[in-house]
Ligand binder design. Structure first.
Ligand SMILES: [Zn+2]
Length: 466
């Protein structure tokens, strides 16, 4: 599933009113999204006014102006009227720990080391089970659908449960088994961590078209050289991305310097891990030389500005990374350090934080920020030929944002509206793989009441722990 794998051949349909008529009549159109302003995120393409998008068998088979595209005669399809709406690619959350919704709000206002070792690790030891990870992950999926995310990359423990939750929710997931050299939920003996990851990959590879399994090394400080090298070898063997936290705090960088006499990026370079298969999140405390080396090796970076702000970890120099030509995606991190999975709000934070960091309001413009949350994430995760933009032949992962809302009106520049004015609750419809998951803000295949009741029961047990 990594980027080297080319996209499946695009459908040959043209569906234009005066071209490909013979082909077009043979294509079974399942879904038509009509009348919206389409932000395709195709390089340099302007918004398409009064657009029409035709979907067949989970893929976009035509996109253009409504007046230029006809629908095959006699076709039986679902019609989504997107008048007064924006239609755009689904958002890609490139770094999350979805099941941590069960820990939302239990540990605020602490620096990362205390937050992790005094709160999160003990809570995870006590409460993570197949049951809690499943319902926590399903709540996260519900939240992501309700705020316009159609694909997420996740690193955690007991990941069969997260994969099952994503599959049940109909979301696209790059689900990675957590690897750490401590006893962990589901992996009491750390010597077994790679074997557990291997079995997870074997169980899920090819099982669902929505799920890509993989591995997530917690960090170069909590994983040994051998563990990281073995994880990289296993990921490489299966052509899967390897996810990792990197240089999140100054303390972490100093500890690695002290242990290895190398800065973290040089340390990973020495292990041969710096390739376009590696996806690092946070990446805050990097020297200019480290950024240049990451760029040279094609390593993907995921920016998680709100978690970085909340834990007081620092600000990643995203502008420099982008100017070095790096692929950069956007993520929320877990709900215990954010405390939500709303990528529309995350974009607003990302753009404004970058302006503060550079003391330059021209830094991180709206279109560039939206690219990070769509095509950028797709590139980092090796899926840019499949998702991240609205183009013929790509998967039909898209969202509809209702513009007729006081805080979004009027609309001069749709990119500005999405990044600076919108929030997750403005998303009206969500489509993944051509399937509608949310319509008029109604969940089509999940019982939100049951999910929240289940998590309430879990949260009552957690509350008694304090
Ligand atoms: Zn994280």
């Amino acid at each position: 599933m990594f980027e080297k794998q080319s996209a499946r051949p695009a459908c040959s349909a043209i569906c234009a009113s005066n071209a490909g008529r013979e082909n077009q009549d043979r294509i079974p159109i399942d879904l038509v999204v009509d009348g919206g302003v389409a932000l395709t995120m195709v390089e340099d393409q302007e918004p398409v006014m009064n657009s029409r998008i035709l979907v067949s068998n989970g893929r976009i088979v035509a996109i253009g102006r409504k007046r230029d595209l006809t629908i095959p005669n006699g076709a039986s399809y679902e019609l989504l009227d997107a008048t007064d709406c924006l239609v755009m690619p689904g958002l890609i959350n490139a770094h999350a720990h979805t099941a941590m919704t069960i820990f939302r709000g239990v540990s605020d206002d602490l620096p990362l080391k205390r937050w992790l070792f005094e709160k999160i690790f003990p809570l995870e030891k006590e409460f993570l089970s197949s049951d809690t990870v499943y319902w926590g992950a399903l709540l996260g999926c519900l939240e992501m659908i309700s705020s316009g995310t159609t694909c997420f990359a996740d690193g955690y423990f007991l990941q069969d449960q997260t994969a099952m939750a994503a599959d049940a929710a109909g979301l696209r997931g790059i689900i990675a088994q957590g690897i750490i050299d401590f006893p962990a939920p589901g992996v009491p003996d750390p010597k077994e961590n790679i074997a557990v990851g291997q079995r997870f990959i074997q169980r899920w590879k090819g099982k669902s078209e929505l799920i890509t399994p993989g591995l997530f090394c917690h960090s170069p400080l909590t994983c040994s050289e051998k563990t990281m090298s073995d994880a990289w070898d296993l990921s490489s063997e299966h052509h899967l991305p390897l996810q990792m936290h990197l240089s999140e705090t100054r303390e972490e960088v100093e500890a690695i310097l002290s242990n290895t006499k190398k800065r973290p990026v040089d340390y990973l370079e020495g292990l041969g891990l710096l390739t376009d298969q590696l996806v690092v999140s946070h990446a805050i405390h990097l020297s200019h030389e480290e950024i240049v080396l990451l760029a040279k090796r094609g390593v993907g970076v995921v920016h998680v500005p709100e978690s970085n702000m909340k834990l007081g970890s620092g600000v990643a120099n995203i502008s420099r990374m982008l100017s070095c030509g790096m692929d950069v995606g956007l993520g929320t991190d877990g709900c215990s350090s954010n405390n939500n999975l709303d990528l529309l709000c995350e974009m607003d934070s990302a753009a404004k934080l970058s302006k503060v960091f550079e003391r330059n309001p021209a830094n991180m413009k709206a279109r560039e920020t939206l690219k990070m949350a769509t095509l950028g994430g797709a590139s980092v995760l090796g899926l840019k030929n499949e998702i991240g933009s609205l183009e013929k032949g790509k998967m039909a992962d898209m969202i509809v944002i209702d513009l007729k809302r006081p805080h979004l009106w009027p609309v001069y520049n749709p990119f500005s509206t999405v990044v600076y004015s919108a929030n997750g609750s403005d998303v009206r419809d969500v489509i993944v793989n051509g399937r509608i998951l949310m319509k008029n803000r109604n969940f089509m295949n999940l019982d939100s009441n049951e999910i929240m009741c289940r998590v309430r029961e879990i949260s009552r047990r957690i509350a008694r722990f304090f």
